[in-house]
Write a protein that binds this ligand. Structure first.
Ligand code: NAD
Length: 465
């Protein structure tokens, strides 16, 4: 799918939802159009040659600031794709009540073609270009990792911002997804995949929604097909299989796929990918990985790129539930075919875990204190007193390991997961409720978009635009 088609898909969902909400045309137009898109061309001297790189940063909606959205490194990136992704960020933040507007960035590059030092040079130069235009700034525009980038790139960007703004006390809040030892937060790397797990857990708590998908019971024993074993796909597949008892029967990657009806060991497969660069050579390897998208399974989790379920393969999709861990993996036409037959947990919601924990990291950076540092021991002391009182009143001695479990105060990672769980659960409850309470709202995607648009429109109305 081209960037243009992706943007059209996002806009069509927007238009449909704006119509359902009867949003005044002027308000709808203001929300839909990206506020600005910067295209940057810059040169970097590498291997004795001046290479010109093209990057983008789109600011979609500034109804709340800072605006937030990842930076991806990909060869297929273009202006329309960045604008579609930035719009999704505005709607996503509104849906899950994160007080940010939407933004997104991209650099046209294949990171695999450059070594670490070269990538650092390119990233720092790209960051300089964005920083000097206030397109990276703790109070205006805060990037994060996305496809092809991770905490290493975020650390370089944060460092570059601090060099250019050494007296900005909030400087480290200029970007999220940083390593923990560089002002990051525990749980950010896993956050999007963890959010996918929490989203699926919440889906399984809603019997009406399960019925729509022809499913019963719990996650345990359900079969899953995952596309993309990168940051998002790996963590989602690992948590769902190792913690919730799901069976990952197929994984699809760039160079093929892996199939096992008994279930794939996700940690082993990921180690294989890290070592060899792909899934080739792993037990159960199949050359045409994309065919596995059409496998019989309970849940299909596309976690790689956009447009992978489209008019060509849509008729063959057998999964009962599709969880859009990637942004825009189902084209608009394919969505029209699938939405009455399956339950689609939309990208707008399903991958919101990343921005949620990014929000926690930003708050942590501004507060300059680790979550839990003030409360943990106080909490433990209080619980200890309660346990002692119980022992005294009942004249019994509680077992030590039992006591230790209850006694443990919340660390940063516990609080991050708790905040993420609350965010994903509440947003699903809101979406599901709206879906079942109006005939015009035919699926979770429309429901999610209606909730988001209502909040953004209200925000603009309050501002008196
Ligand atoms: P990543 O680069 O870590 O992983 C992407 C994976 O997909 C890689 O393993 C890659 O080899 C694989 N892949 C690429 N092309 C493929 C193809 N044609 N077929 C099969 N596999 C292919 O990226 P990520 O951060 O995991 O992002 C994946 C998706 O999730 C993107 O759509 C991104 O926008 C979205 N997302 C990411 C985050 C985040 O926090 N990283 C947050 C929200 C949404």
């Amino acid at each position: 799918m081209s960037g243009k088609e992706f943007l059209e898909s996002v806009d069509k969902v927007f238009d449909n939802s704006a119509k359902i909400l009867r949003l005044p045309q002027d308000v709808a137009s203001q929300i839909k159009a990206p506020n600005s898109t910067y295209k940057l061309n810059f040169g970097v001297r590498i291997r004795n040659k001046m290479l010109t790189f093209t990057g983008f940063r789109c600011v979609h909606s500034e109804h709340l600031e800072p605006v937030k959205g990842g930076i991806r490194y990909a060869m297929h990136a273009d202006q329309s794709e960045v604008e579609a992704l930035a719009a999704l960020m505005s709607y996503k933040c509104a849906l899950v009540d994160i007080p940010f507007g939407g933004s997104k960035g991209a650099l046209i590059i294949d990171p695999k073609q450059f070594n670490r030092n070269e990538l650092e040079k390119i990233t720092r130069r790209f960051a300089q270009e964005l920083i000097k235009r206030d397109l990276i700034n703790p109070s205006q525009n805060v990037p994060a990792p996305d496809m092809g980038t991770g905490e290493r790139e975020m650390a370089w960007i944060a460092d570059e911002y601090k060099r250019l703004n050494p007296i900005d006390i909030n400087g480290f809040a200029c970007v999220t997804g940083k390593p923990v030892n560089k002002h990051g937060i525990r749980g950010r790397i896993e956050a999007t995949g963890r959010g996918v797990q929490y989203a699926i857990r919440e889906f399984f708590r809603h019997s009406k929604d399960k019925k729509k998908a022809n499913l019963t019971g719990e996650i345990e024993g359900k079969t899953i097909v995952v596309q993309g074993l990168g940051n998002v796909g790996y963590h989602a597949a690992k948590f769902l299989s190792q913690e919730d008892g799901a069976i990952v029967t197929a994984v699809i990657e760039r160079d093929g796929g892996v199939f096992s009806s008994k279930g794939i060991d996700i940690t082993k497969l990921r180690n294989h990918i890290t070592k060899t660069g792909g899934v080739r050579g792993y037990k159960g390897f199949v050359k045409n990985g994309n065919e596995l998208l059409k496998n019989e399974c309970d849940l299909l989790i596309p976690a790689a790129l956009e447009g992978v379920i489209n008019k060509i393969n849509v008729k063959g999709i057998k999964a009962r539930v599709i969880v859009e861990a990637a942004n825009g993996p189902i084209t608009y036409e394919a969505d029209q075919v699938l939405r009455d037959k399956k339950v689609i947990i939309p990208d707008l919601y399903a991958n919101a875990g990343g921005v949620t924990v990014s929000y926690f990291e930003w708050v942590k950076n501004l507060a300059r204190i680790r979550f839990g540092r003030l409360h943990k021991r106080e909490e433990e002391n209080k619980i200890e007193k309660i346990l002692l009182a119980i022992e005294k009143v009942t004249n019994t001695k509680l077992k030590n390991n039992y006591k230790q479990n209850i006694l443990k105060g919340a660390d940063e990672i516990d609080l991050v997961r708790s905040g993420l769980d609350e965010t994903m659960r509440q947003a699903y409850i809101d979406m599901s409720y709206k879906w079942h309470s109006s005939k015009k709202i035919v699926d979770l995607r429309t429901s999610a978009m209606c909730i988001a648009l209502k909040k953004i429109a209200l925000s603009y109305e309050t501002l008196g635009m």
